[in-house]
Ligand binder design. Sequence first.
Ligand code: GLN
Length: 553
Amino acid sequence: MKYIFVTGGVVSSLGKGIVTSSLGAILRGRSYNVTAIKVDPYINLDAGTMRPYEHGEVFVTADGAETDLDLGHYERFLDRDLRRGNNITTGQVYKAVIERERKGEYLSQTVQVIPHVTDEIKRRIRTVAEEQDAEIAIVEIGGTVGDIESLPFLEAIRQFQFDEASADTLYIHLTLVPYLRTSEEFKTKPTQHSVATLRGVGIQPDIIILRSEKEPPEEVYRKVALFTNVKPEAVFSSYDVPDIYQVPLVFEEQGLGKMVEKKLELEPVIPNLRIWSEAVRVLREPERRVTIGVAGKYVKMPDAYLSLLEALKHGGIRNRARVEVKWIDAEGLVNGDLSEAFSGVDGILVPGGFGIRGIEGKVRAAEYARERRIPYLGICLGLQVATIEFARHVAGLEGANSTEFDPYTPHPVIDLMPEQLEVDGLGGTMRLGDWPMQIEPGTLLERVYGGAELVYERHRHRYEVNPAYVALLSEAGLIVSGVTPGMAGRGTGLVEAIELADHPFFLALQSHPEFKSRPMRPSPPFAAFVEAALAYGEAHRRLAAGADEAAGA
Ligand code: GLN
């Protein structure tokens, strides 16, 4: 087992997750079994209780963990499912240590950060790597070197170099190299300080990666090498590229893969990075274009919808198209004419969400898509608002709503799941992770999933379509095309997907299929939605061109 540790310096939000994932991708391209672990120094047990507006999306793993969005990058770049243990937080570590202390497992000892907390951190990293049969485990330490919170983690990873053979550990430090336009200079001083801080806790990096706006000139690498005690050939750069899928290619081109092989004493091999060159080629020279209107709440924080945007991109790659996203603030859709907000949009997507803000706007977005026959994809909350809209305007259930937004609604078409009634506390208590969906034959959903009868998608919700209303809604024309199959009495028959007849593409799912989407294996609902939006857009442009011609003639 080999371990690669990735730390970051100077500032946060450097894209350490993408660097870690891209490194993983070039090792996967060499056929190694690679896993990646994200260490988050905050005290929350998981990311589920944090605000997406600050922290970005909560990524859900197949086994139902609510994790940092970097795990999504890892899954997409490594093309493997990760598990709960792949996201380690300070909260988890301390909880385990304190529980052990209460059981008396440290009897007569003073329980301390070193060694008890650091041992627990090391144990967790090793367990994940071993359980996943990884040949190489990449461990990314969240935050910035110098933060008080990350010290126990840095101490733990420092110890690895003595616990393991020297060819089995590798330390990579990622720093920011600011570029000053006025003097046209790359500044290396922050990097020098950051490496000095890292060395202060006993870690000498083997490799340094410089994050910069542009590719730095040779002398910058040399200067960094000189001041940080690293060979110039061990300094690499991660400069801005148009798409993150290019980063593995940039790294390979610079020889990062070869350097890792050398340091970890791996057999040199020629990697297969075709996935990435293919993806980059389509993204750079798309044959078609399509615009998707995303009616959400966090329109100023695209990271809150990261996997969703990636899944749209993957759907685009499959259709050789570039997907542009038009952000539509759902709160702005409550009043007035919607044609302005949705102008130029070839498909409407209502993503997942919590809380009442923007709900009525999302209901109107679903209505607009239904009436104008614009392709619609509803994800989780997007299924719930589509159901509310249909109940109110087609099934005639005035005032229909979800009890999440109106506890006194006369028609609770969306209601808490029975098992949620007993839940107290909000951390990790939703319906989470992979659940099966049984697909109704002869439906759009069946076509979307290529004829499959049963598929698994990831979930994160407390509410569901109220079973008491299913018959009524079906009679009014709503098609329930996916349900949870009967499983040991739990969750039997829950509505998993709905669609409309007489509509080119109106599909909504209770799950979040975006979490399973991969660059070359797009999520089926996303690929089909992009395809439908392309067809809609092209038909409309043809119509408009025809009308112009007629007017001219
Ligand atoms: N708020 C809704 C629920 O809890 C939808 C959740 C979501 O979109 N992820 O059921």
